[in-house]
Ligand binder design. Structure first.
Ligand SMILES: O=C(O)CCC(=O)C(=O)O
Ligand SMILES: [Fe+2]
Length: 227
């Protein structure tokens, strides 16, 4: 069953995030999670404590990406590009996003953002991910995706958290429940919200609450590449 992209785009536009159920099957989730041990698949490993990002670690894939990750990245991008273009217009950005991911990557690469950004994150008991934004250069695609690879029965805590900050308002937080293989799609940085005279900006951040027990792995799919 393919997701209802029209409804997903509307939901991301209204609230800054949406859940797309069952984007990867359990076997693919398990295979990607198990692949975390294979350093040959990755260009770098980040120990979060060293950068005050939290506790836990993650690894960025090298190119070529594993087939299911490549397929997911290139098949989801065109569903999000119309929304990205709507936001670009409302936020007064000059740039527009091409319909195909390969063409967008060419723009990133021409701007010196050549390193792949899809990653696998790995958390154990006590680990967490501080609220952040995945910006890696001048260019960014305004929506990204994270897929829960682990069956949530295998860990406690470790919830995906989103916050939004808006001028003259207190911050709002959302905790997003995911099943294995579900994706959360969310604003990377800013999104437009209708205001009295046009649109104003809401700034979003994401992170993960502390894992109380068990282990949790996630696949992060960011559509821009990194400098
Ligand atoms: O582990 C998570 O759910 C958060 C992942 C994340 O920060 C990302 O994919 O950019
Ligand atoms: Fe992130």
């Amino acid at each position: 069953m393919s997701p209802d992209w029209e409804a997903i785009r509307r939901r991301i536009d209204e609230r800054g995030f949406a859940v797309a159920p069952a984007m990867l099957d359990a076997g693919t989730c398990a295979a990607i999670a198990a692949g975390y041990a294979d350093d040959g698949l990755y260009r770098s490993r980040v120990v979060m404590r060293r950068h005050s990002f939290g506790e836990g670690e993650y690894k960025y894939f090298s190119y070529p990406l594993p087939a299911p990750v490549q397929r997911l990245r290139e098949s989801v991008y065109p569903e999000l590009a119309p929304l990205a273009n709507l936001w670009a217009e409302r936020l007064g950005w000059d740039s527009r996003f091409p319909a195909a991911h390969a063409d967008y990557l060419e723009q990133c690469h021409a701007a010196g953002q050549t390193r792949p950004t899809p990653l696998v994150l790995s958390y154990g008991p006590g680990d967490y991910n501080r609220l952040h934004q995945d910006l890696y250069g001048d260019l960014h695609f305004p929506v990204q995706m994270a897929v829960l690879l682990t069956d949530p029965a295998e860990f406690e805590g470790g919830e995906f958290v989103l916050t939004e900050t808006q001028a003259r308002k207190q911050n709002r937080a959302e905790v997003i429940s995911l099943r294995q293989g579900d994706a959360v799609l969310f604003a990377v940085n800013q999104r437009p919200v209708a205001s009295k005279n046009g649109y104003s900006r809401v700034t979003m951040r994401h992170g993960v609450s502390t894992v109380r027990s068990g282990h949790r792995r996630t696949l992060g799919v960011i559509f821009h590449d990194a400098r």
